[in-house]
Design a protein around this ligand. Sequence first.
Ligand code: PLP
Length: 399
Amino acid sequence: MQLNKHYAELNESYLFSTIARKVREYQAAHPEADVIRLGIGDVTLPLPAPVIEALHGAVAEMGVQETFHGYIPSEQGYPFLRDAIRGYYAERGVKISSDEIFISDGAKSDLGNLLDCFAADNTVLVPDPVYPVYVDDNVMAGRSIVYMAANAGNDFLPMPPADGAGAAADIVYLCSPNNPTGAAYTPAQLKTWVDWAIEHKAVILYDAAYECFVTEPGCARSIYEVPGAERCAVEVCSFSKMAGFTGTRCGWTVVPTGIGSEGQNLNKMWLRRQTTKFNGVAYIIQRGAAAVFTPEGRAAIEENLAYYRRNAAVIAAALDAAGVWYCGGKNSPYIWLRCPAGMDSWQFFDWLLDTAHVVGTPGAGFGPCGEGYFRLTAFGDAERTKEAAGRLRSALAKL
Ligand code: PLP
C-alpha cells in the first residue's frame, strides 16, 4: 500500500491555531481583559423561525409510515428544493433548469468533490489571498497551482492573466463576494473572465457563498448573470451564511448542461459522481432549506442579513473615522483593512489585541498578498461589535 504522497505537501494551517494560542496566552497574562472576537467566519444568529418550523414538520413526517422518507429518490436533491432554488435565480432573470442544480451538504464539500471530474494534470489558477480550501483541495490531488495577485492595484479583483503560467490554466477559482477581502466583481468584469475561459477552454469554479450579502446594484450575485457563463462556469452556493446553516449543513451547486470537453459532459459526470459517492442531503434538512425561500423565510433571513450589515457599517464607521483604508463590508460580511502605521498583519494583530482587546484575522494567513492587511467580520453579536468598534476607533486615534 502507498499513501497519497501529496498530503505531505500540504502546508500546515497555522492561522487559526496561532490566533487561538495567542489569545489564550494573552488572556492568561491579562485575566481582566474582556476580549472580543471579530475574527471568526461563523454566524451568531440562530436558525430563523420558519426554518425551525419546517425542520419540526419534517421530523414529524419521518415518524409516520405514510410520510417517512428513506433513501432519497435522487441524490441530486428533492425537486421541491431544486425548484425553489431555480425560482430564486429566476427572480433575478437568471435562467437555470432544475437538472442543473445539485443539493449539497455545503459549499466546502462540493468545492473539493467537483475536482473528481477534472484531470489531475490540469493547471489551477487561484487568487492570492484566498480561501485556503481551494489550494489544499488541489494540493491533495497533486495539481499544479498558479497564483494571481489580488491587491490594492486591482481592487482585490484579479482579471485574466495575459501571459505567464496562469494564461494556460484549465481551472480557475473565483470567489465573489470574496473571502477574505470582501471585494465583489461586476458583471462586466465577470464577462471578461467568461470570455477568457471560453477562449482558453477553461472552467471557472465560482464560489458565491456570500452572494446574499450583495447590496450594491452594480455587483454580480451570480456568474450566470453573464451570457456565456453557462458554457464555462460552475457556481457553488451555500445556506450557511445566508440562513445560519453553518452547523445544519446545506448548499447547492449549479453545473450547467452545456459544459464539456472531448465528448464528455460535466453535468452528466457530476451526476454520476454524486450518485456513486454521495447519498444526498437528509430530507429534514432539505425541508428546512426550502423554508428559506418562502415569503416568511425570505423576510426572516433579510432581518438576519440586515443585522450583520449593521455590524459591518459600525466597523466601517470606526475605520472611516480613523482614516484607515479598507474594502468590503458593503457587499460582504468581511472588512479588509490596510494595517496602519506600517504594521504587518501579525504586528497589527498583536497591537489590536493588546490595545483594544479585539481579535481579527491577519491577512498574511490567506496568502503572501494578504501581508499588511487584516480581516474583521460582521458575524458577531451586535452589542459586542459596537463595543469592539468603539475600542478600535479610540485605539486608532492614538496611533
Ligand atoms: N466558500 C467560502 C468563500 C467560505 O468562506 C466558506 C465558509 O466560510 C465556504 C465556502 C464554506 O461554506 P459551507 O459552510 O457551505 O461549506
